[in-house]
Write a protein that binds this ligand. Structure first.
Ligand SMILES: C[S@@+](CC[C@H](N)C(=O)[O-])C[C@H]1O[C@@H](n2cnc3c(N)ncnc32)[C@H](O)[C@@H]1O
Length: 169
């Protein structure tokens, strides 16, 4: 299984993914910030909006594309009026990249903040992914309006990396 982790620094999601998929799998992580080397994680440093980063990720994936893209890309200022549109924009860009690096039946898991633009983003996701579900690792995430969405096909695998599969819509 191949996992691409977007917005990976400092590496928590990548570390967890390596534990779940084991040494036969591959985690390709990327972030604009450096990370300390992590066992079984290959890292691409750069802005994921740049073509060179996409090219390097595809190179590391070799012949096969990814089974799962996880995205926790955030760039928060603390000002809601700035952060929500920025977060949605980054989710849209992550969705674009996911479509380019995923296998046809691959899955996309993204951290999404509920608010202005989130419904439109979910509609976009639905155009590309057959099943969209919402969940949260933590009750406080749900309370704060943070959701994950992903396609169902590999939801067993995704459940194994710690995301509840209830609250389906
Ligand atoms: C919430 S942190 C990710 C935490 C990570 N999932 C973990 O488990 O350790 C969000 C990350 O998104 C990265 N990021 C924001 N904008 C980015 C961009 N344009 N390209 C690449 N990474 C970006 C930030 O550098 C930051 O490390």
């Amino acid at each position: 299984m191949q996992v691409v982790d977007l917005g990976a620094a400092p590496g928590g999601w990548s570390q967890y993914a390596t534990q779940v998929i084991g040494q036969q799998g591959r985690v390709v992580a990327s972030d604009i910030l450096p990370i300390d080397p992590l066992p079984f994680v290959e890292f691409v440093q750069g802005d994921f909006r740049e073509d060179a980063v996409l090219a390097e990720i595809l190179k590391l994936l070799k012949e096969e594309k990814a089974d799962l893209v996880i995205s926790d890309i955030l760039n928060m200022s603390g000002v809601d009026a700035v952060d929500q549109p920025r977060a949605i924009h980054l989710c849209e860009l992550a969705l674009d990249m996911a479509k380019q690096v995923l296998k046809p039946k691959g899955d996309f898991l993204v951290k999404l903040f509920q608010g202005e633009g989130s419904e439109a983003f979910i509609r976009n996701v639905r155009e590309s992914f057959r099943i969209v579900k919402f969940g949260s690792q933590q009750p406080q995430d749900l309370a704060a309006g943070r959701f994950m969405c992903w396609r169902r096909v590999l939801c067993c695998n995704i459940s194994r990396i710690g995301v509840k599969t209830d609250n389906a819509s």
